[in-house]
Design a protein around this ligand. Structure first.
Ligand SMILES: Cc1cc2nc3c(=O)[nH]c(=O)nc-3n(C[C@H](O)[C@H](O)[C@H](O)COP(=O)(O)OP(=O)(O)OC[C@H]3O[C@@H](n4cnc5c(N)ncnc54)[C@H](O)[C@@H]3O)c2cc1C
Length: 374
């Protein structure tokens, strides 16, 4: 008899065979964003959104293994990221930990259906790795917070209905004190979203200018002036929800394609090409083993803690090396076809910045895993 996990995989695989995902990698227009929202609605109707959420909040209460399988199967089917990703991985878990009952029932069902898309308004021009230096301020006026400042790198903000924002509510105290988390309505007066064009040509993230934006005091998430504590929960979930399982499939597939392309071009006889391909194959395998260890720990209910920095650091480097290898061994041919190798070379630059830079991961590994001095 197949195991429960295998039955789960087969159920999802059959469902995906009947419901083909749209062929859009990243939405860059409002029309594409709408197609992806529709895809999320279809997934939701099939019971395939927020599977890691508890059943009482509309999820499936899926196990760590099932979350891994879910993401592997979606990646194999070439399914795009759903617009609700930020809400599912960041906002939902934060609301479960710190939201009021009213906030949970108001926002969480609409995150699942894709009716509300959320973006993350944390980083600022002067506050990224050290977010506690943020200067966007929120002034209490009656039952409102009036928010003024600037955020940057806000993924999907141009299509978002809500932003989960860190703001300074008490400017008299320094750094991590005096910060609060609020839900900013992205269609409110005073919100100006300006897409940033990346070197790939796509506009995935944005600058967000906030000018006297009125946010109801009810939108405060967690205690006032304790937003830094709340944000730690949000950040701990940033790469949750299956990020690495998808990346594992993508790394593996990209390597196999590179191998076939090199074989087709008669390059496998070249010892330098073989050497570089071998390095990439080893990267793919090490990444798989890192992920297997992560899954074993999650399945035992253990907290990953600083170990997740090892995986993030390794993945960022390995993904960049793979596309560097492809462009090196294929030469000008890397620009042919859909240009995916050249595009990947540019796109993977972001991997060592997003979700904490590689330098910051090294600091965490040095201090918390190796016990080195600060
Ligand atoms: C694709 C992508 C999507 C993103 N999406 C979002 C989003 O949706 N919402 C959001 O709020 N943010 C988002 N970000 C922002 C991201 O979190 C920040 O870019 C990241 O935290 C780094 O901050 P920074 O860009 O301000 O760089 P800085 O913090 O200014 O760092 C500059 C350089 O200094 C190094 N450095 C900084 N501090 C140290 C230190 N203590 N020790 C050693 N080196 C250090 C860094 O490693 C880096 O090389 C996104 C970024 C990317 C690339």
């Amino acid at each position: 008899m197949p195991s429960t996990d295998e039955t789960f995989r087969q159920e999802l695989r059959s469902w995906l065979a009947e419901h083909a995902p749209p062929a859009i990698a990243v939405a860059t227009t409002a029309e594409e964003a709408e197609v992806l929202r529709e895809w999320q609605r279809i997934l939701h109707a099939g019971g395939w959104v927020g599977i890691h959420w508890p059943v009482e909040y509309g999820g499936r209460g899926a196990s760590a293994t099932q979350v891994a399988i879910y993401n592997e199967e979606l990646a194999r089917a070439n399914a795009p990221e759903i617009p609700g990703r930020g809400g599912l991985t960041l906002v939902g878990p934060t609301l479960m930990a710190y939201g009021t009952e009213g906030q949970r029932w108001r926002w969480m069902p609409r995150i699942l259906t894709g009716d509300d898309v959320w973006c993350q308004l944390f980083s600022e021009p002067g506050a990224g790795s050290d977010l506690t230096g943020l200067t966007t301020r929120a002034e209490k006026r009656g039952d409102l917070f009036v928010v003024t400042g600037q955020k940057v790198w806000s993924t999907y903000a141009q299509f978002a209905d809500w932003g989960i924002a860190l703001v300074r509510t008490d400017p008299r105290v320094a750094k991590s004190k005096g910060i609060s988390m609020v839900a900013v309505p992205m269609h409110a007066k005073g919100v100006d979203v300006r897409p940033l064009r990346q070197m790939t040509g796509e506009s995935e993230f944005n600058e967000v200018f906030l000018d006297e934006v009125e946010v109801p005091a009810d939108n405060l998430i967690g205690p006032e002036n304790e937003g830094w504590r709340v944000a730690r929960t949000t950040l701990a979930n940033e790469r949750g929800g299956g990020f690495i399982w998808k990346q594992q499939v993508r790394q593996q597939e990209a390597f196999e394609l590179l191998w076939r392309t090199c074989a087709g071009a008669g390059l496998l006889q070249d010892p330098v090409v073989r050497q570089r391909l071998a390095r990439s194959r080893i990267d793919v395998e090490i990444f798989r083993l890192h992920n297997a260890r992560t899954l074993a720990r999650l399945a035992r209910g253990e907290d990953l803690g600083a170990e997740s920095s090892l995986v993030k650091l390794f993945w960022a480097g390995a993904s960049q090396r793979l596309y560097e290898t492809a462009c090196h061994v294929l030469g000008p041919a890397a620009l042919l076809g859909a240009g995916e190798w050249a595009n990947g070379l540019l796109a993977t630059r972001a991997n060592s910045i997003m979700g904490g830079t590689s330098e910051i991961q090294r600091n965490i590994i040095g201090e918390r895993l190796l016990g080195l001095p600060r």
